[in-house]
Ligand binder design. Structure first.
Ligand code: MN
Length: 277
């Protein structure tokens, strides 16, 4: 049995199938982890969701910002934007099945796996983990978001959690502010500024970043120790590089013309499939 952690799919169904062939994925034995953003930007969101739903017992999936956007559109809380490419999902007869399933998916996943003879604790989220969070903080904050999403309580949750502010825990005035900030950390985070506030405006390369911005994974992370390994997606411009031994960036921008990447957790070997067509 092997476990493969795969970067942002974003509707790249053909590349997913090629990638699975490249490591001879066995639906009866192997397990897939997906770091979120299953849909949007790429061509075949519906096929990606339908396939993963059909093998859901072999999958560990966390939600990304595009997945949450899709759910908000389905619930009538957000409008479809011109750049959205998931109309196939909205028009599908499987829409309610897929939506109900997605609502149950978490924002983090943690499992210990034996890697080259040693137990390693893999921790996966879509965008990353705030440096100040302990494992308990991650579990509590992530589970709170999941319960609000699943129960739609408050009913306006999928309306209220969009937006870039507040961007610091000290600026949160109420629970919905805190939920929005936590969701942004788990699904959209890239940089912190020198005041420790999340900066969601700048999305460019690290080389050209304003001097006051630092990637979240360059901070000392409370959650990281010798036995943990953090997996995240969301940030295609990193092209898989963090320069950190136990923090791996899985998004290699398939929907943007680059490639889809998988990491086998038992030996940390990488597989990839270039964008097709
Ligand atoms: Mn993303």
């Amino acid at each position: 049995m092997s476990t493969y952690a795969i970067g942002d799919l974003q509707g790249c169904y053909e590349e997913l199938q090629e990638l699975l062939l490249s490591f001879k994925f066995n639906e009866d034995r192997d397990c897939l982890w997906l770091c979120g953003d299953l849909v949007n930007r790429g061509p075949e969101s519906l096929k990606c969701l339908s396939y993963l739903h059909s093998i859901k017992d072999n999958c560990k999936i966390v939600l990304g910002n595009h997945d949450i956007h899709l759910l908000a559109v389905v619930e009538g809380k957000r409008k479809l934007s011109e750049s959205d490419t998931f109309i196939d999902v909205l028009e599908s007869s499987k829409l309610s099945t897929l939506k109900n399933w997605m609502m149950t998916l978490p924002f983090h996943y943690i499992e210990s796996i034996e890697t080259e003879g040693k137990e390693k604790e893999y921790i996966m989220t879509h965008a990353g983990i705030p440096p100040t969070w302990t494992k308990a903080d991650l579990e509590n904050n992530s589970n709170e978001l999941s319960s609000k999403l699943f129960n739609q309580n408050p009913n306006s949750f999928l309306e209220d959690v969009f937006g870039n502010y507040p961007n610091h825990p000290k600026k949160c005035k109420n629970n919905i502010d805190q939920l929005r900030l936590n969701l942004n950390c788990l699904t959209r985070m890239r940089y912190y500024d020198i005041t420790g506030s999340l900066n969601l405006e700048y999305k460019g390369s690290i080389e050209e970043a304003p001097k006051n911005l630092t990637p979240w994974f360059e901070h000392e992370l409370k959650i990281v120790n010798d036995h943990t390994h953090v997996l995240f997606g969301h940030w295609a411009a990193l092209n898989g590089f963090t320069n950190k031994k136990n923090i791996t960036a899985l998004d290699t921008g398939c929907a943007w013309g680059n490639k889809l990447t998988a990491m086998r957790l038992e030996d940390n070997e990488f597989f990839s499939c270039d964008k097709l067509n």
